[in-house]
Design a protein around this ligand. Structure first.
Ligand code: DP6
Length: 327
């Protein structure tokens, strides 16, 4: 009952922000993402009746009580489905620095879901795996698949229609996402806390929910047609709308630093000079630039020339989770 799985993180091009149900972690809006090859989590899990309790090792160190509780609670869902109660030993490591601006939650919960399901001998479809992963973290549901992926908000109270699925095959189209690291400091407001505050206090929250279906439809079509300009324009728009919600919460949440803002201008300046580059930013200060493979050197050079950018990480489309070992 031991399995090792590698899962990749993803970047949302149409952002998820807001929950319709907290207990089941149901998103208030759908989202569209790109799974990334360069950033991943490897998770090994062993269920054993002889273990007394769950134990969790993160990047070689014992996890905090809070992290262990969240993981155990999540594993209980899969144990319940399997009709087993054996405790687990989980060891998980990320290949990316925390400063990359990706919490480990997307790749982490995707890897844990696939590893635990396999170790518990559950035969689950991609849809079922994404429904489980969503209960660990909303963005993790999308990391169950490679390439361009859509997460559905769904309407049902039990969450059975809130799952992710691929829009096109994983190797449909080669694009690049360059991450410019602007700060190593952990964010002050988690995405979960930020989303809840926006729902309670932003006067724009309902407008955000109402506009999302059109953005999703337009993005889906742009991906199918490989319309890079449309994808980029819309990704920037969705990012700025999500940050407008954060900013208009009370108290306002400001995820950017000065370098983030400089970089947003630089991406637009490069675009004005004829290179197709577009930015997106998550709940943190790192800048992420989307471009075509042939423009990667130019976009990298632009990001590297901005004072305050500490490191640039290049990503291409990544695959679905892979089972590395089974015993
Ligand atoms: C800004 O998936 O981390 O990255 O479901 O509460 O765990 P929880 O939130 P999480 O939120 C991601 C927010 C985002 C946008 C996105 O990835 O769609």
């Amino acid at each position: 009952m031991r399995t090792k799985v590698k899962a990749h993180t993803n970047i949302a091009l149409i952002k998820y922000w807001g929950k319709r149900d907290e207990r089941l972690n149901l998103p208030a809006v759908g989202s569209i993402s790109l799974t990334l090859d360069a950033l991943w989590t490897e998770t090994e899990i062993e269920f054993n009746v002889r273990f007394k309790t769950d134990r969790l090792i993160l990047n070689g160190q014992p996890a905090t009580e809070k992290e262990l509780r969240r993981t155990s609670k999540f594993l209980d869902l899969l144990r319940q489905r399997a009709g087993l109660s054996s405790p687990a030993l989980i060891s998980s490591k990320n290949n990316f620095p925390p400063a990359a601006g990706f919490g480990s939650s997307a790749s982490g919960f995707a890897a844990l879901t696939v590893a635990a399901a396999r170790a518990l001998k559950l035969e689950l479809s991609g849809r079922e795996l994404s429904i489980f992963a969503r209960q660990g973290s909303g963005s993790a549901a999308r990391s169950i698949f490679g390439g361009f992926v859509e997460m559905h908000a769904g309407r049902l109270a039990d969450g059975s229609d809130a799952f992710a699925e691929p829009i096109v095959p994983p190797d449909y189209w080669d694009v690049r996402l360059l991450i410019g690291v602007t700060s190593q400091v952990a964010k002050k407001v988690s995405s979960t806390a930020g989303m809840n505050l926006s729902k309670e206090t932003s006067p724009y929250y309902q407008a955000w929910i109402n506009a999302q279906p059109v953005d999703l439809k337009t993005m889906r079509r742009a991906i199918e047609q490989r319309d890079f300009e449309q994808i980029g324009q819309l990704a920037e728009h969705s990012c700025l709308k999500m940050h407008a919600l954060a900013l208009s919460s009370n108290p306002g949440i400001l995820y950017w630093n000065g370098v983030t803002v400089e970089a947003m201008h630089s991406v637009r300046d490069l675009r004005a000079s004829g290179t197709q580059a577009y930015f997106t930013i998550d709940a943190g200060p790192q800048i992420k630039a989307l471009c075509l493979p042939e423009d990667e050197p130019k976009v990298r050079a632009m990001l590297e020339s901005i004072p305050g950018i500490q490191q640039v990480i290049s990503c291409a489309p990544g695959p679905a989770p892979q089972i590395l070992e089974v015993e």
